[in-house]
Design a binder for this molecule. Sequence first.
Ligand SMILES: *Cc1c(COP(=O)(O)O)cnc(C)c1O
Length: 376
Amino acid sequence: MPVERASTIVFDDLDAFEKRAERVYDGFSYGLYGTPTSRLLEDHIAQLEGAARALVVPSGMAAMTLATMAVCRSGDRILMPETLYGPARDMITRFLGPLGIAAQAYDPRLDAGIAELLDDRTRLVWVESPGSGTFEVQDVPAIVAAAHAVGALVAADNTWASHLLFKPLAHGVDIAMQALSKHAGGHGDLLMGSLAVRDEALFRRLKDTARFLGYGVSPEDCALCERGLMTMPVRMRHAAASAAKIVSWLSQRPEVARILHPAMPDHPGHAVWKRDFSGAAAVFSVVLRAELAPFQAEILRRMRLFKLGASWGGVHSLVAVNDPRKGRTSLDWLPSGPVWRLSIGLEALDDLITDLEQALVAPAAASATAGRKAAE
Ligand SMILES: *Cc1c(COP(=O)(O)O)cnc(C)c1O
């Protein structure tokens, strides 16, 4: 992809210069509003999402802020699942709340039951399936039907599945969002987000809001993202195959209380996941036995290949330690014990399993000894 840099665009004549605002949605009028490089990436993302239009912005978080601010006005209500990406929940409550936009968090397992929370002030319903950290699967078509019945729009954070494994727009969602920083970037060194829509008027509203907020993307980052999109199917397939093997290995381990992954047949959202998704990403959580809580730092220190980091979808395997119980009311089903989110990268599978095993075994033995001593 050619990288074309621009802040300034020059015009052939006075007439073209005076009408430059007409080019905001399609052409080139100022670098911030689009370059040939960013427009090409947006066209590709629109095709991949099955969308009429797509917009790229500086981060996944920027995409979530943009979608929410473009749709909601003072007096409107937003519904968001308790599992929505944490920083976005903060943005909605702490930034938009004081601007007069009310938010209510809902149990991600509500599905069609969300109808009871909807009213004619509800402008936007966010979904994220599976949900950040705890991987509850949402019945997106059922939520869309209920939201549309009261005239609310639905926005989906589809970062886990990406356009490859779930197509939000084909399931009725109005705004498909993904953090391209994850699977598309794929190497832990890119920040970008996208929004895709079926509707030209909604696209223009998003584009105007991006302009008001001053969001622009670097053409170098667009080219990197485009390169990532080329290898993304192969990377995701490879990582998912490794993840499936690691999940089955972990599920036999005495250190593990539960695995939270929608591809597991005993996952409560498995049937809906199977119905709507064409595969699984290599990102899931594991709940360790509660007795291992004091040994977490030790286990993490022993890991060589798995690095401690908050992102995912890259070539290197990561573990993120987050307590999902903070601020959640719908987690009575979750066993006690530390919750680790794993992102499986492209390292050799045997090496990853060996790394997990050597990290877990000694601390687990120490915890068993401590448990026996306490019992005596
Ligand atoms: C990472 C992430 C985001 C935010 O993306 P950034 O590009 O890091 O701002 C949003 N939603 C989900 C589910 C994510 O994992």
